[in-house]
Design a protein around this ligand. Structure first.
Ligand code: SF4
Length: 338
């Protein structure tokens, strides 16, 4: 049925991909299509009509918006940033539902750590990961490697069901972008390469499916993980919805540490056996202990539950304040209360 727009009132509505997250003192708008996060003081919350709950279409209360110059400017900024727009059809837009998250793969991400002493079988890792239909693989080398060694290792995953591969490594060799592009030609699913111990910081993006970072930092071991910073905020639909419902760091993730121990995360103490012929990932991911962190979303974590960044910020359960399972990440300097 065609709606009679003539009789409908124009309202200013938020784009449905722009989600407001309310924090203790500040809130933010997460633009999930542009991967942008805009923070604002909570005094501006009165400008929004949230409807019956946060997932409904959000419109602007124009009476409040026009009540003073600061509010008018705030709404004008939202409009300029294409976060809201005028529409007579505002009731026709479906809200972006974010109260449920599912993913057909039993495991979405796997981290593999390798150092000079690692001697577990990458073939075994590839075989086990295929059983769980994993999607992304991240190989981290805590030693200097050359392209030849990386190539040999990637060959184990060449026939795998995975969609994307990231590699992080230290290297003393001079590696040019052309060398990485050649690697990408051979292993098309390679999408991110992070080179550590480099002369300078540099980022090069090649189309939509390859990014090369160079950093002067050295990749030493798994303890370097868990740093939370505004630089790492990730406003993307799938990540946002997963973060609302699950732990975004550990849900459906598996890792092999440098000794070949199977873990939730290489930096965690608990392990679920060492990689051997009898290791069975299907059995491990059914283990309740293995899955115990998966449902700890940010709403269940002290301090994070009051933070406006809670659905766009990565979590870390390996390093937590006072070592408690429900405390905020130890390496987060941000306080939602100050
Ligand atoms: S770790 Fe918690 S407190 Fe820190 S920015 Fe993320 S959600 Fe906020």
């Amino acid at each position: 049925m065609i709606a009679n727009l003539e009789n409908q009132i124009t309202k200013i509505m938020m784009f449905t991909c722009c989600k407001i997250v309310i924090g203790a003192k500040r809130s933010c708008i997460c633009d999930l299509q542009r991967n942008k996060v805009y923070q604002f003081p909570n005094e501006f919350l009165k400008i929004f009509n949230f409807g019956s709950n946060e997932t409904d279409i959000v419109t602007i209360n124009e009476e409040v918006a026009n009540s003073n110059e600061t509010c008018r400017k705030f709404v004008a900024d939202l409009s300029n940033m294409e976060i809201c727009f005028d529409s007579k059809k505002y009731t026709n837009f479906a809200p972006l539902k974010d109260d449920n998250f599912d993913e057909p793969a039993l495991i979405t991400n796997c981290i593999i750590d390798i150092d000079e002493k690692s001697n577990y079988s990458l073939q075994k890792v590839a075989d086990e990961l295929d059983k769980v239909n994993y999607i992304c693989l991240h190989i981290r080398y805590f030693k200097h490697v050359n392209i030849e060694e990386i190539k040999n290792n990637l060959a184990y995953f060449d026939k795998s069901c995975l969609r994307s591969i990231e590699i992080s490594f230290n290297t003393s060799d001079e590696i040019f972008d052309e060398d990485i592009l050649e690697l990408k030609d051979e292993y098309g699913r390679l999408c991110k390469v992070i080179l550590f111990s480099q002369q300078k910081e540099l980022t090069n993006v090649f189309g939509n499916d390859l990014i090369i970072y160079r950093t002067q930092n050295r990749l030493t071991d798994q303890s370097q993980c868990g740093y939370i910073s505004e630089r790492y905020l990730h406003a993307q639909t799938q990540f946002f919805i997963e973060s609302k419902n699950f732990n975004n760091c550990l849900n459906k993730k598996i890792s092999i540490d440098k000794y070949g121990y199977i873990k939730n995360c290489p930096a965690m103490k608990e392990n679920f056996g060492q990689l051997k012929c009898e290791s069975d990932f299907l059995k491990i991911i059914e283990n309740k202990e293995f899955k115990k962190y998966w449902k700890i979303n940010k709403d269940k974590i002290e301090e994070c539950c009051d933070c406006e960044y809670r659905y766009v910020c990565h979590d870390c359960r390996a390093f937590t304040k006072d070592n408690k399972p429900f405390s905020k990440p130890l390496k987060c300097p941000y306080s939602p209360y100050e």
